[in-house]
Design a protein around this ligand. Structure first.
Ligand SMILES: C[S@@+](CC[C@H](N)C(=O)[O-])C[C@H]1O[C@@H](n2cnc3c(N)ncnc32)[C@H](O)[C@@H]1O
Length: 206
């Protein structure tokens, strides 16, 4: 099954709050985004945001320039329905991040929780890093969360990569400066605990 087919099926057959990665509030992500110190009109993209509640939390915090990108139309539709009228304040992009034609140097913050770890080939990871480098402003902020070294080896039935902070940073390379990392013991709706690692990098101004 193609990746898009897989994700459309997941979001068409499961409630958004029943999937293993569901968070009532994306507290660590919101904290890292606020700690960057960007202004409330900074351009923020949540890549592979799916039906995540992060966008709700960011709107509630007063952020006004938000984009959510995801492979799955069903995931984006679930988020829009939940947000109701507020969905009109968000840009929604249905695309594969490794192939999307994102605008150049557009974003102040790139956020990804649980998407990069699905990229199991060096080619896809290189395309992802190129997309970050191309579409984030020089000096911009990059927050990527994946399963940690002691996290599961599958997510949504698909194989994933697991990373230490240094390994994750190494995927991005020397143009990215690793400023902070943080673990999360995520409690799934089914009661399991999954270890995530969040890396916060800045693109080095050249
Ligand atoms: C495990 S979910 C995480 C969703 C969300 N970030 C969260 O934390 O709740 C992974 C998401 O990545 C999306 N996805 C997977 N591969 C993708 C790709 N190549 N490009 C864009 N989105 C992708 C899926 O549709 C799904 O919504």
């Amino acid at each position: 099954m193609q990746a898009k087919e897989h994700w459309e099926k997941v979001y068409s057959t499961k409630a958004a709050d029943a999937v293993s990665w569901f968070q009532t509030h994306a507290n660590i992500s919101v904290g890292l985004i606020k700690d960057t110190g960007v202004s409330r009109d900074a351009s923020i993209i949540d890549v592979g945001g799916g039906a995540s509640t992060l966008v709700d939390d960011l709107l509630a915090e007063g952020y006004t320039n938000l984009t959510v990108l995801d492979l799955s139309a069903a995931a984006l539709a679930a988020a829009r329905v939940r947000l109701g009228e507020k969905a009109a304040y968000v840009r929604w992009i249905e695309a594969d991040v490794t192939k999307a034609n994102l605008p150049g140097h557009q974003f102040d913050i790139w956020h990804d929780r649980a998407v990069f770890h699905f990229l199991t080939t060096p080619e896809d990871r290189a395309a992802y890093v190129q997309a970050v480098f191309r579409s984030v402003k020089p000096g911009g902020h990059v927050i990527v969360a994946t399963f940690a070294e002691d996290g599961p080896d599958q997510c949504s039935g698909l194989p994933v990569m697991r990373y230490s902070p240094d390994e994750l940073h190494a995927e991005f390379g020397e143009s990215f400066s690793l400023l902070r990392h943080q673990k999360e013991a995520h409690h799934t709706p089914a009661g399991k605990v999954q270890q995530f690692v969040y890396c916060y990098c800045r693109i080095i101004n050249s």
